[in-house]
Write a protein that binds this ligand. Structure first.
Ligand code: 3Y8
Ligand code: NAP
Length: 248
């Protein structure tokens, strides 16, 4: 009897949860607990860490989990590594649902870097208006470049003081091209820092930068150990042994 654990927290995982609920497959949805009011899911939901690899392995055993789907964000590397180890330890089948990275289109002005520190170092010396679209967890390195005027975007209002002076937009997205164009024009943004999240929910700022001819410092994804990886909900459903009715 299938009992799936969905490690979620992004739009694609919500789409998968809807399909799993529609198919009547027994499953639990898991959030990491990063936001104050995560979106409701049509599956029983748990919020918060498991307690590392051993905590996740115990959860799998205690709850009779038969399949694990890692549908977390491409930058959520720690939970993905933990899932690989915990599934190996417990002999539980694992699949990753991970969207393709964005690829540079002709006319895109990207500076590709490996991590957030390199992104901060890639900013120009001369003061600029920088849009940091990388959430709140990784902004500290930009404190070393105080000459710039920063605009940050968070899902929830900041609780603690920021490591440097910045303007904060509180919005959970997904975002639209018109909304991004208006925001960038209004704030005179002339540099954007983004992570190569892929997907549509965060893509609008990349398209807006293209339209405005603005440089994007693009942080590439962390590398993860080999694991079964697909890019569509349908492939996960097939892996779960569910045949979507023809034409559905
Ligand atoms: C808690 C679940 C959906 C929900 C929205 C997608 C779309 C908007 C794009 C920008 C970039 C960023 C950030 C982002 C996107 C969607 C989707 C996506 C990027 C929620 C969610 C959770 C989180 C956690 C949050 C992180 C932050 C990252 C903001 C829910 C809304 C920057 C990623 O303030 C914080 O502490 C935010 C923390 C982790 C990155 C970071 O590392 O700081 N996501 N985002 C998940 C959990 O608890 O397990 O609250 O409902 C999900 C969404 N985030 O279904 O459409 O692509 O899925 N989320 C990045 O670098 O791209 C925003 O502002 O342009
Ligand atoms: P991370 O660095 O890979 O994970 C750090 C720790 O958070 C994990 O070791 C685990 O704690 C806990 N955790 C993370 N995701 C979890 C989940 N879905 N269920 C239960 N525990 C989870 O993760 P992150 O980058 O902070 O992202 C946290 C969550 O936000 C993820 O669910 C991710 O999908 C979502 N999200 C992240 C981004 C992003 O850019 N990072 C963007 C959108 C959404 P324990 O070790 O205690 O088990």
């Amino acid at each position: 009897m299938t009992r799936a654990l969905v490690l979620g927290g992004i739009a694609d995982a919500s789409l998968l949860a809807a399909e799993i609920a529609r198919a009547g497959i027994d499953a639990v949805y898991s959030y990491g607990g990063r936001t104050r009011a995560p979106a409701d899911q049509p599956l029983p939901t748990r919020i918060g860490g498991f307690g590392g690899v051993s905590g996740l392995a115990d959860y799998i055993r205690r709850n009779g989990i038969t399949h694990v789907i890692d549908a977390t964000h491409p930058f959520a590397a720690e939970i993905s590594r933990n899932a690989i180890e915990a599934c190996a330890k417990t002999g539980t089948p694992l699949i990753a649902l991970e969207r393709a990275p964005w690829t540079r289109a002709p006319g895109d002005n990207w500076i590709e870097v490996g991590d957030v520190a390199a992104a901060a170092a890639a900013l120009p010396e001369t003061p600029a208006h920088v849009f940091l679209a990388i959430g709140r967890q990784h902004i500290a390195p930009f404190g070393a470049r105080p000459q710039h005027a920063y605009t940050l975007r968070f899902v929830d209002p900041p609780e603690a003081p920021l490591p440097f002076a910045a303007d904060v937009i509180v919005s959970r997205g997904p975002f639209t091209l018109d909304g991004e164009l208006e925001m960038m024009r209004m704030r005179g943004i002339n540099w954007i820092v983004a992570r190569n999240s892929g997907g549509d929910g965060a893509r609008a700022k990349i398209d807006a930068a293209h339209r405005l001819g603005l440089p994007v410092i693009m942080i590439s994804r962390p590398t993860l150990p080999e694991r079964l990886r697909v890019e569509s909900v349908a492939e996960v459903m097939q892996w779960l042994g569910h045949r979507t009715p023809l034409g559905a």
